[in-house]
Design a protein around this ligand. Sequence first.
Ligand code: HEM
Length: 527
Amino acid sequence: MEYLQYSNTKALISIAVVGVIGVLLRLYNALVMKPEKLRSLLRKQGINGPPPAFLLGNIMEIKKARSSSSSSSSSSVPMTPPGRPPARHDCAAVLFPFFDKWRKQYGDTFAFSLGNTQIIYVNRPDVVREITTCTSLDLGKPSYQFKERGPLMGQGILTSNGPHWAHQRKILSPELYMEKVKGMINLINESTETLLKSWKNKVDAAGGVASINIDQHIRSFSGDVISRACFGSNFAKGEEIFHTLRALQEAMSKKVLSTGIPGMRYLPTKSNREAWALEKEVRSLILQVVKERMEAAYEKDLLQMLLEGAKNSDLSQEAMDRFIVDNCKNIYLAGYETTAVSATWCLMLLASSQEWQNRVRAEVLEVCGDRLPDADMILKMKLLTMVINESLRLYSPVPVVSREALTDMKFGDLKVPEGVNVWTMVLTLHTDPEIWGPDSYSFNPGRFANGITGACNLPHLYMPFGVGPRVCLGQNLAMVELKILIAQLLSNFSFTLSPDYVHSPALRLVIEPEHGVELSVTKLSRD
Ligand code: HEM
């Protein structure tokens, strides 16, 4: 009997030991062997890069370079005095100083690691064209981003690949065609009115000139537009969803710097627990609106399209709920902050160039007069389009276009093994003097007088909205929103940079002004 018990315990211990060894071997393979194999494949074709640290890759080096470039006076990036625009609009040098260093050391194409993810940085125009225009479903969005941003984005259009992505894109894209966006102009004008009223009140209360930190106002405007576009008449509920999503995004941005550290997302850390709770809340709020929709009248907004798309696609109830919840979140996230920061940066640039502010205002008043902007007027305002294009060139909210090879792939002479990511630095391409000329770091909307092709010698490298099959679905909506907002602000107010403005681009989920943008705003008399 005793002997039997002894041999059972021995067997259990043996099984446990074999199991633990198996898990350790798999971990060793995923964290050490596989990354090293990929790096050696890259080295074989002459792609070198900074040596990675065990498990972390180059994360610590990146963190260190970032914090010293934003805080240290010994940084190579000159600090901008308060109240002034920078002499050189060079976000890449402030936010990604390590890339400059590595490019000097390893050339235009080099490899680095975020945790166990291997990334090739590509700056060669020919290879960038091949990557960004590749239509194969084998080239997708990086899976490590899906994992890290799981609670925030789920498996919606932004964070899915292959047939699942293609299916979602097919449902959503017709809803954001220009013809549909034209139908949203009234709702955008309504959202703008709210903003104008609040600025007028502030200026009156301040006796003629008000110092306004514009960020929150612009964010509210952008959130209002997206809520109305997505949720139509349920937009009040939309705003509640949106505030919860914003809180979730903040909880997630605290985690951004841990990107790539294996296993971090599963640990019940304070920020993970906060994110999980908010994710649950957003889901239940969205499904509540869906339930009301099922019972009430039919409307033609984005939510309705998602509902119909889900109903027609033979999904289980669980999968259908996920499809709707994830895509509502994705549209918010894709459309809210990007448009808000684009408008904020554009107003900062106009505030620092009285010449361009006056020129665009004259155009707006000539085209629109006392009427609210409509589709024809929006098309006619050329100087306004040039200013927005230039602002998106210098302050592209999304600084990197990234992809993952889902199988072994080749772009020109660059072989990308399965699992390796490729990154194209939009900000660097947007300011390269060889592409844009010697004034590439200056604000000069005049360069867009003959469109994008006239502005630079390699137009495919201008990509504030990305390019190729995964190009931004909302670019028509974003451009119309930006034009209406800026036209309306210019025809009602004049503004300069406040002496309190401190120029400090920061990378959160998008590039935003770290301390906001403070403007001195005066009401224009319209007699
Ligand atoms: C100025 C504002 C905006 C900027 C700068 C911007 C930029 C971008 C960029 C760079 C991408 C990724 C493209 C790529 O990886 O090649 C993207 C994707 C996307 N954007 Fe935007 N975006 C803006 C506004 C919007 C708005 C208003 C919406 C929706 C209402 C939207 C919806 C999307 C969607 C759904 C995708 C994913 C497309 C896909 O993966 O198939 N965006 N955007």
